[in-house]
Design a protein around this ligand. Structure first.
Ligand code: PLP
Length: 294
């Protein structure tokens, strides 16, 4: 029995498409295992209060409902409890629950073939010590053994997060009685993670200078108080014109960049050993109104 008829609405929408096309659309339900991922609240997705997934307790009833539909076919089971996980235990707890559900559904003769364990493996931005890929693999394998399922993994950030940096140039300094600010030419539209998730990105000068470090807030030129890319960082006071790199910008950097505040997005440059090439052009101001009609 479904506790909540509304949980079936998306499945019914998929069923309608399948029937219209005269096919059975393969589906996997993303279940919400109600596990605290112990990551930032804005990137946790597997708690009971999260908008993601169907409630764990409703999954069996939903798969039973789907069996009676003509336009869908159960192909797998899915979960994703959050991003930037730095501990193995929430992964183990979630996957143990989800693997148990997979076995139960198989015992009920649902033709499942794969188990999608989502993403979530964290990376080192500052001093986090996430599980290594080997430890992650061991955790996944231990929790899902004997399911016979083909595993699908989605470790996006862990693959590309530390493969990219955001280069920025210092524009101005500004000192108030309270603070020392450094204004750079990158802003929250280029790298939104600090503003959106209170995220920490390392910051490195391209040319190291000797001197005494002072505490600075590194801010962008966007008209928002949240346009702070690095807060209270000890730096040898940057000089206008110097280049800095915001580290770990390879994931959720450009993909979340926007034209907010009428700012064209930066170019993307691929570096391969000594070689480099521009793989995405810098946007021009005219690009901001391209596509508009009078
Ligand atoms: C379903 C799903 N898979 C994978 C990911 C990527 O996870 P990560 O940030 O760990 O790369 C997300 C991110 O929110 C997601 O929702």
């Amino acid at each position: 029995l479904l506790f909540n008829e509304e949980s079936a609405e998306e499945l019914e929408a998929l069923d309608a498409v399948g029937r219209r096309l005269g096919r059975r659309a393969p589906f996997a339900l993303r279940v919400n295992p109600d596990v605290d991922a112990r990551t930032h609240r804005y990137i946790s997705t597997g708690l009971k209060t999260s908008k993601f997934g169907v409630p764990f307790e409703e999954a069996v009833a939903l798969y039973a409902r789907a069996k009676k539909m003509k336009g869908v076919r159960a192909a797998g089971l899915d979960c994703h409890i959050g991003s930037q996980l730095t501990q193995a235990s929430p992964m183990r707890d979630a996957l143990t629950k989800v693997a148990g559900l997979y076995r139960e559904l198989k015992a009920q003769k649902h033709p499942l073939a794969y188990l999608d364990v989502g993403g979530g493996l964290g990376i080192t931005y500052a001093d986090e010590t996430p599980p290594s890929p080997e430890e992650y693999a061991r955790t996944v394998l231990a929790a899902t053994k004997d399911t016979g399922a083909q595993l699908i993994l989605e470790p996006g950030r862990a693959l590309v997060g530390n493969a990219g940096v955001l280069l920025t140039r210092v524009l101005y300094r500004k000192k108030t009685p309270e603070k020392q600010f450094v204004v750079v030419d990158a802003g929250m539209n280029d790298l939104i993670r600090p503003a959106l998730y209170e995220a920490h990105h390392g910051l490195q000068p391209l040319v190291k200078r000797r001197g005494k470090a002072v505490e600075v807030d590194v801010v962008g030129p966007v008209c928002e108080s949240t346009d702070v890319l690095a807060k209270a960082r000890p730096l040898v006071l940057p000089q206008p014109g110097e280049l800095y790199a915001f580290m770990s910008a390879g994931a959720y950097g450009m993909s979340m960049a926007s034209n907010y505040n009428s700012r064209p997005r930066p170019a993307e440059v691929m570096v391969d050993g000594e070689a480099w090439r521009v793989v995405r052009e810098r946007e021009r101001i005219e690009d901001l109104w391209r596509g508009e009609r009078a």
